[in-house]
Design a binder for this molecule. Structure first.
Ligand code: MG
Length: 263
């Protein structure tokens, strides 16, 4: 699939799709409490998406049985919502989801500590913050005229000194009329420069970082991706618009504003 450049009309539709998703994720993050099942969290988010008149794009994607991927602790991504999976105080939960508005897709993920940041193991909290920061380091390079590997290598440059494992089996991606479009956007070091970035590209940049190894396993359910060493992993993602200057972060309020857990 060719990399697509979006028209002004398409960008406007994606802004709306992404703005709704940003609101949904904010409400979900505030909703999560210890003792909830991941199914309960999924169903809450599903209702929010539909209240906007939109459709969850993860549901039934290649057969995925939930509207959100809810991944706890050693689960990196693609956790299936379940009544049996109960989140508890201090767990790291990644909420990854997207929606379709008038044929255009959005995709974003947030990681949070169940019960609040003060309940986290300090090493896990640090991993979560470094993962989020690595996204911002990466997209500083997502400027028209740069190449794809400028994003990947900015993420790697920031993360590697911490000694964490950068997941290689899964990557970011283009997004638009389809949830997953070209190009693939690796979060680990690249030697070939990849495509040249152009204004109007819409990309989902999503670092996935493990406290230990970068190696992962896929569960028998065909989806859940866990770290091989069962150490915690974190995930953070936004859909962005490449421009001639700083990228617009479509799935954050205001499009350009930095959002941190303290705010
Ligand atoms: Mg994605």
């Amino acid at each position: 699939m060719a990399v697509t450049i979006k028209s002004e009309r398409e960008i406007a539709l994606m802004r709306t799709a992404c703005g709704y998703l940003s609101e949904v994720l904010d409400e979900m993050v505030a909703y999560v409490k210890p003792g909830m099942s991941t199914k309960e969290i999924n169903d809450f988010g599903d209702r929010l998406i539909r209240a906007h008149g939109c459709v969850p794009n993860f549901l039934n994607y290649e057969g995925f049985p939930g509207s959100f991927c809810l991944s706890v602790n050693e689960e990196v991504v693609h956790g299936i919502p379940s009544r049996k999976r109960i989140v508890k105080e201090g767990d790291l939960l990644s909420i990854d989801g997207g929606l379709i508005y008038k044929g255009y897709h959005s995709d974003a993920a947030r990681s949070l500590i169940v019960g609040g940041r003060d309940k986290a193991d300090p090493a896990v909290l640090k991993l979560m913050d470094v993962t989020e920061e690595s996204f911002f380091k990466g997209i500083e390079k997502a400027v028209a005229g740069n190449h794809l590997y400028d994003i990947s290598n900015a993420i790697a440059d920031y993360v590697e000194p911490f000694g964490y494992g950068i997941i290689e089996d899964l990557t970011g991606h283009g997004i638009g009329r389809h949830l997953h479009e070209d190009p693939m956007i690796p979060n680990y070091r690249q030697h070939s420069r990849g495509i040249r970035l152009r204004a109007g590209m819409t990309l989902a940049v999503e670092p996935m970082i493990g406290l230990g190894t970068w190696e992962v396993d896929f569960a028998d359910d065909g989806w859940t991706c866990t770290t091989k060493d069962k150490k915690v992993a974190s995930h953070y993602e936004n859909t962005i618009l490449v421009t001639d200057g700083a990228p617009e972060i479509l799935t954050l309020p205001g499009g350009r504003k930095r959002k941190s857990a303290e705010q």
